[in-house]
Design a protein around this ligand. Structure first.
Ligand SMILES: C[S@@+](CC[C@H](N)C(=O)[O-])C[C@H]1O[C@@H](n2cnc3c(N)ncnc32)[C@H](O)[C@@H]1O
Length: 222
């Protein structure tokens, strides 16, 4: 009996250590985003990106992967639309709020805390992959590989015109899309929609005119 109590004590001590070892120390980026998402309010609101809503009827239901999903507004919307959703982000805090939003709306999303620079997206896994406001062209090839044949990739990010258009959004040109730049990455697939425009945004801290690039690509040859 005493041995069992001792073993149980050791198990309790070991658990948090094992968890910490698995997660490793927080990176500066994780700390920054966790801090940004630490309040009760949703930094980019709880409504999905308008472009996603506009395009949703073109996309057959199935398994969706939301990249850099933040606080889950698009992931939860997709779950409400009947998708089975995996939401990936570097911020555990953001994804925790995403799960809370899902519970409130009576749906489920699976969340994964991971750095997209290292995360394995897999091969021919998804019917839809979303990327809103996270720009890393190195991801595009991995995204198209992770889509099933006929799957869709939907993207919206600020363009290089954003710093002259409004005060929100990144200033660093590495995070802004240049005109026609992304068309080259997807030339071998069917580009169903492309737009380089200024629109009215109402997404929490993105409020007012925003210069954006919007793209919908199907994983089929042209
Ligand atoms: C501008 S927010 C957009 C959030 C969400 N897509 C939306 O539209 O509401 C950018 C997101 O990228 C995430 N992020 C930044 N670097 C990342 C990385 N290396 N791997 C995964 N997520 C990352 C941040 O945590 C943040 O949630």
């Amino acid at each position: 009996m005493r041995a069992a109590i001792c073993l149980f004590g050791l198990f309790l001590l070991w658990q948090p250590v094992a968890l910490l070892a698995e997660m490793g120390p927080l990176s500066p980026s994780q700390k920054r985003w966790d801090k940004r998402y630490s309040g009760e309010h949703y930094v980019y609101g709880t409504a999905p990106v308008t472009f996603l809503k506009e395009q949703i009827n073109k996309i057959p239901r199935g398994k969706a992967l939301c990249l850099a999903a933040g606080e889950g507004r698009n992931a939860v919307y997709l779950a409400q639309q009947g998708f089975e959703v995996v939401a990936v982000d570097i911020s555990a805090k953001g994804l925790e709020k995403g799960r809370k939003l899902a519970r409130k709306r009576g749906v489920e999303i699976k969340t994964v805390v991971a750095d997209l620079q290292k995360y394995d997206l897999g091969r021919a896994q998804y019917d839809l992959i979303t990327d809103f406001y996270y720009y890393d062209p190195a991801l595009f090839k991995r995204i198209m590989t992770a889509l099933k044949p006929g799957g869709f990739f939907i993207f919206q990010n600020f363009s290089i015109d954003q710093p002259d258009t409004n005060r929100f959004g990144p200033r660093n040109p590495a995070y802004l899309v240049r005109p026609n730049e992304i068309l080259n990455y997807f030339a071998q697939y069917r580009i169903r929609y492309y737009e380089d425009t200024v629109i009215d945004l109402d997404e929490g801290m993105h409020r007012g005119h925003g210069a954006v690039i919007r793209l919908l690509v199907e994983n089929l040859k042209p």
